[in-house]
Every structure is written in structure tokens, then in C-alpha cells.
Design a protein around this ligand. Structure first.
Ligand SMILES: [Ca+2]
Ligand SMILES: [Ca+2]
Length: 178
């Protein structure tokens, strides 16, 4: 799954990729098929939570699989994230360290303390290297976005602070689709 970022692929190009990913020729890409197709640049399997999040985002019919109609948007999403990941991986190490993540989060518009950036690294570092790989970077960014959107629904004056009751807190957390 690689082409120059920003390029709009032809339907034929996408169909070729779709067919190579759809190993059992069912006409749909399952979570397993997508996981096998995506790579972290390591031998470790692609984070299955990230696969689940991505299928959830692009599976318009709620079947748990991706049809060819949904595939173009998914393909663009993955290649955009690849370009994003590469641009923040300043030293070309293939992973994102704390300084790189800090820069990425600032660029995304998040104003987070050093302690919070450390907590995020710890949560999404599945390999014990104090760094984040491509799949975990996507998961981290998607979850940050979901959590921030949820917070903002309560932060009506946008001052970065909310006062909520226990019941509202649980309602907020359980309503987050993650
Ligand atoms: Ca299939
Ligand atoms: Ca790096």
C-alpha cells in the first residue's frame, strides 16, 4: 500500500490493491485481511485496535468489513497517515519518540503538559522502547480526537475546563465510540 502522498489514485489502481488485500475473494476486506495487508515496518502484527477503529470509520453499512466503495477513502486515510507519520519521524527511525510526539501534538493543536505527553507515550508504546510505532500512532491520534471532541461538548465556553457530575462523567466516557 504505497504511492506518493497527495496523489489521487485511479479506480484501476485501487481495484488492483483491493483484490490483492481481499485474499479470500469475498468482495469485502475483513479485519484479518486488512491486518495482514498493513505494515509497521516491523514483523509485529498491525495493532488490532487500530484495525477495528479504521474499519468502524469506513464501513458505511456496519458489516464489519470494507467494500470496494469504502476502500478508496480507507486507502487515502492510511496513506495520509503514513505521510503524517514520516513527517513527524524527524530522525527517520521508523518510530516516534517523545520529542517527535510533542511536536506532532502541538501541530495538531493540542496544548499538553510534559507529564501528559509522557503518559501518552507509556500508553501507546507496546514495544517497551519509549517510542510509538505507526499503528499505535494512528490509534493514539484517533483516541485523542474522540476524547477531545467529547470534552468540548461540555466545555461550552471553550476555556479548557469543565465541571461535571459523576453520572455525567460516566455518560460521557461510555458514549465515546472507542
Ligand atoms: Ca475478503
Ligand atoms: Ca523517530
Amino acid at each position: 500500500m504505497a504511492q506518493q502522498p497527495g496523489a489521487v489514485p485511479s479506480r484501476e489502481f485501487l481495484w488492483g490493491i483491493f483484490q490483492s488485500v481481499d485474499k479470500d475473494r469475498s468482495g469485502f476486506i475483513s479485519a484479518d485481511e486488512l491486518q495482514r495487508a498493513l505494515s509497521n515496518g516491523t514483523w509485529a502484527p498491525f495493532n488490532s485496535e487500530t484495525i477495528r477503529l479504521m474499519i468502524g470509520m469506513f464501513d458505511k453499512q456496519n458489516r464489519g468489513t470494507i467494500s470496494f466503495e469504502d476502500f478508496g477513502a480507507l486507502w487515502k486515510y492510511v496513506t495520509d497517515w503514513q505521510a503524517c507519520f514520516r513527517s513527524f519521524d524527524r530522525d527517520g527511525s521508523g518510530n516516534i519518540d517523545k520529542d517527535e510526539l510533542s511536536t506532532a501534538l502541538k501541530t495538531f493543536g493540542y496544548n499538553l503538559s510534559d507529564g501528559t505527553v509522557n503518559t501518552i507515550i507509556q500508553k501507546f508504546d507496546r514495544h517497551g522502547g519509549r517510542t510509538i510505532l505507526f499503528d499505535d500512532f494512528i490509534q493514539c491520534s484517533v483516541l485523542l480526537n474522540l476524547l477531545t471532541t467529547s470534552f468540548r461538548q461540555y466545555d461550552t465556553d471553550q476555556d479548557g475546563m469543565i465541571t461535571i457530575h459523576y453520572d455525567q462523567f460516566l455518560n460521557m466516557v461510555f458514549n465515546i465510540k472507542m
